[in-house]
Design a protein. Structure first.
Ligand SMILES: *Cc1c(COP(=O)(O)O)cnc(C)c1O
Length: 377
């Protein structure tokens, strides 16, 4: 059976990237690595749309979230975070783990925080040093308008705007410098199309000034050390060399497609899945949906576990289920990274077959037709 992965991280790895990573190991303090890492660093700046340094950390995405918090702050400072899903909630957990005063802005899971809600939180808390956002909340498939929020925050106060871009970078428009974002983090196994194990992080000048004053404990994730090293296209510690080799190839693919075209492709694929869901009488969870993934509510009349089991065992398709209180209630379908139109028709036709197996009533083919119509818009 041909297996197909439709989870919002890990995502499928292109064959050309896998082949590169299978080449013999090289040493990270020798010219062949420096040459490669120079190219990677240039292409990362393009991906993040920043002229500043983008740091490569050997960790999963959460490592870069942890690194931002412990490098930006002093003990006991106040920061705002948004709890609208599992990953927004994680910002709060990390802030509290470092003894920060974390002010929660709570939104219903599936909804997106508004600039007004953030403004209200800032008004009540003049000491806020940073606002922590999640551009694409992978647990619900909701997108946050970080551009508008960043503009509003900067109009009113000095707080830094930090964005978890783990499923946004390489999927949705994100222009770090132009939008005034102070920190962006992402991970390798999402829009970057390589296996898990690397995280990437960029800071604005404001965020670097905060970092220079920060006294929270840190060692492995000391970003000042990483910044000094990256200036020489080097890393403070042994990086995951194979993954850096892989990301070099993946970034080359993104660069040759063009970042705007990458964003447009994700928009097109996301729209096709959303219109298929609608045609099939299923609802999309997020009110303002991300283009990285689509969370679809499984009707109460169907057994979500049996649904996922059929999809996987009978049709070879792996999707993600719900997390937290959405467990057993939704499926999350990825269109993040190495996907095209034909992948979308494959997942939609498998959804139709599975719905049929589960006794759901619909007109066969309506979902696929809706997907195909969305491609030609
Ligand atoms: C996947 C993900 C994370 C966590 O990344 P890990 O690589 O699992 O540590 C954080 N935030 C978002 C939005 C994610 O999608």
């Amino acid at each position: 059976m041909k297996k197909r992965l439709f989870t919002p991280g890990p995502t499928p790895v292109p064959e050309s990237v896998m082949l590169k990573m299978a080449e013999p190991m090289i040493h990270h303090r020798h010219p062949e690595f420096t040459e490669l890492f120079t190219r990677v660093n240039n292409n990362l700046r393009y991906l993040f749309q920043t002229s500043g340094d983008v740091l490569t950390l050997t960790s999963s995405g959460t490592g870069s979230m942890d690194a931002v918090v412990c490098n930006l702050h002093q003990p006991g400072e106040t920061a705002v975070f948004v709890n609208g899903g599992k990953f927004g909630e994680r910002w709060g957990e990390i802030l509290r783990a470092y003894g920060m005063h974390a002010v929660e802005v709570s939104v219903e899971w599936g909804s997106s925080v508004s600039a007004d809600q953030i403004a209200d939180a800032l008004k009540g808390n003049p000491a806020v040093k940073a606002v922590y956002l999640t551009q694409s909340e992978t647990s619900t498939g909701a997108a946050t308008d970080v551009k508008t929020i960043a503009r509003e925050v900067h109009k009113n106060c000095e707080a830094a705007v930090v964005v978890d871009g783990i499923t946004a970078v390489g999927a949705m428009e994100l222009r770090m410098d132009e939008w005034g974002i102070d920190a962006v983090v992402t991970g390798s196994q999402k829009g970057l199309m390589i296996p898990p194990g690397l995280a990437f992080l960029a800071l604005s000048e404001r965020a670097w000034r905060m970092t220079e004053k920060s006294t929270l404990p840190k060692y492995y994730f000391d970003l000042i050390k990483a910044k000094k090293a990256v200036r020489d296209n080097d890393t403070p510690w042994t990086p995951a060399v194979s993954l850096v080799i892989g990301v070099d190839k993946a970034l080359e693919m993104i660069r040759s497609e063009g970042i705007e075209n990458v964003w447009k492709r994700h928009d097109r694929l996301a729209r096709s899945i959303r219109s298929s869901a609608q045609a099939l009488g299923l609802s999309v969870l997020a009110k303002c949906p991300s283009n990285a993934l689509t969370a679809i509510t499984i009707p109460d009349s169907l057994d979500a576990k049996a649904f996922n089991r059929t999809l996987k065992n009978k049709y070879g398709i792996t999707v993600a289920g719900g997390q937290g209180h959405f467990k057993g209630k939704i499926i999350r379908i990825s269109h993040l990274g190495y996907y095209d139109e034909f992948d979308m028709t494959a997942i939609v036709s498998a959804l139709e077959l599975t719905l049929k197996d589960c006794g759901y009533k619909f007109e066969p083919g309506v979902g696929v037709r809706a997907a195909i119509s969305a491609f030609s818009v």
